[in-house]
Design a protein around this ligand. Structure first.
Ligand code: T4K
Length: 386
């Protein structure tokens, strides 16, 4: 049986890519803002409905640079329920992460808990549109405006996602995308920062190129975050197929929802915060009613060569460089801890077949039917007579 991985990168045919490679060979411009780079920035702005976008070599360097671009210091409020890169970008800037618990329905940062975490050192909020489901952007904006905080969205999962008022990427001061191989839109590796004005884009572009303005002028301690021409060329080609790729993902998502929606103890996440979804991930929560724990289901799937992933377990706040922070205490993050114990992301990618989806569903359904029944002697005692 062929293994099923949590994702598999969508790729165009090699024949379609060769003419792009031929142009690169002819021009000998491999990187440093070549013509494919310029064209992809332009086409992505049009496709995503955003004003300005700067391409990067990956999403993590884009996050680190976004914090530099806005000169963020001190403390930043963020979520523990994400990929480590979210919080690592803060540490790389000497910023202290302050973790706030998540909403039990969306698994995004819970805006009602942000205010209590604000101190005189707080300068910004770094929320994540987890699995591509939009955060409560209005509530976050209101808090940021009240307290004079900046907002940088980690939108690594949110390519092409729309909320109630168009592209979710237009919210906050900056949004950061990832174009890693495992993402809905990939350029092998890659990323981008989306911003609303030309001046900020210019600062970001300086920062991603060592701080160079011209051959002899360096205005900031920048880094090398540039996307190369091979990645940009692939991006241009990927953009042609992105509509079909998202449509295929939507079909996979619908089939899972149909098959899993009625299995007791399997909770599906609501996507209604998005006007347009990208179906980047298919997370399920394994609740007590399922009769087996999340890790037992994870092992069962592995035994059938289905390599689902526990995104995001462990919580970021559990890793050694974060766990001594006051905000990492378990009592501060009860919802995130429960989600991290219950979540599994099932395989989802454009060429996952209906048979593959049905196989995953049947493994889960059959496991549920084998759940251990509590013997009468093991029933929990509700009353003990004297
Ligand atoms: N913020 C958030 C919220 C993020 O989720 C991420 C990245 C970032 C920031 C940082 O963006 P980047 O700097 O990565 O652009 C993966 C990805 O490496 C990572 O990009 C992603 N989030 C994270 C959620 O997942 P792993 O360690 O789970 O990847 P890996 O190599 O185990 O891949 C998962 C499966 O995908 C494999 O079992 C098989 C398949 N795969 C993977 C690769 C790399 C392929 O079929 N082909 C491939 O080339 O982290």
């Amino acid at each position: 049986m062929n293994p099923l991985f949590v994702t598999r990168p969508a790729l165009p045919s090699l024949e379609e890519f060769i003419p792009y490679l031929e142009q690169i060979w002819e021009r000998r411009v491999l990187t440093n803002g070549g013509p494919f780079h310029a064209q992809l920035e332009k086409e992505l702005c049009e496709f995503l409905g955003v004003k300005h976008l700067s391409l990067f070599s990956n999403g993590t360097i884009a996050l680190v640079t976004a914090l530099q671009a806005l000169r963020i210091t001190g403390e930043v409020i963020t979520t523990p329920f994400s990929f480590v890169a979210t919080a690592h970008s803060l540490l790389w800037n000497g910023i202290k992460p302050v973790f706030v618990d998540i909403d039990p329905e969306t698994l995004n940062i819970d805006p009602s808990r942000i205010e209590a975490a604000i101190t005189p050192q707080t300068t910004a909020i770094l929320p994540v549109h987890c699995y591509g489901h939009p955060c409560d952007v209005d509530a976050i904006e209101k808090i940021a405006d009240t307290y004079g905080l900046r907002v940088i969205y980690d939108a690594a999962h949110a390519f092409a996602v729309e909320c109630h008022c168009g592209s979710v990427l237009t919210h906050g001061d900056l949004s950061v995308l990832s174009f890693h191989a495992t993402k809905v839109f990939n350029t092998f590796e890659g990323g981008a920062i989306v911003c609303g004005d030309a001046k900020t884009k210019q600062r970001i572009d300086h920062l991603k190129n060592f701080g160079f303005v011209d051959e002899v002028t360096v205005v900031a301690a920048g880094i090398n975050g540039k996307m190369n021409e091979f990645s940009a060329a692939l991006g241009l080609l990927q953009l042609k197929g992105i509509g079909a790729a998202i449509a295929s993902r939507r079909m996979v998502d619908a089939r899972y929802r149909e098959g899993l929606g009625h299995i007791p103890g399997i909770r599906l996440l609501d996507r209604s915060s998005a006007n347009r979804s990208n179906y980047a991930y298919f997370p399920i929560l394994v609740e007590p009613e399922f009769g087996f724990g999340r890790d037992e289901l994870f092992d069962e799937l592995r035994g059938r060569s289905i390599y689902a992933r526990r995104y995001f377990y462990p919580l970021i706040s559990e890793f050694p460089m974060y766990r001594t922070l006051p905000s990492s205490q378990r009592s501060n993050l009860p919802v995130a801890h429960r989600a991290a114990q219950q979540v599994i992301c099932l395989p989802i990618y454009p060429d996952l077949t209906v048979d593959d989806v049905d196989l995953v569903v049947s493994v889960i359904a059959r496991m549920r039917s084998r759940r251990p029944q509590l013997a009468a002697s093991e029933q929990p005692l509700t009353h003990v007579s004297a």
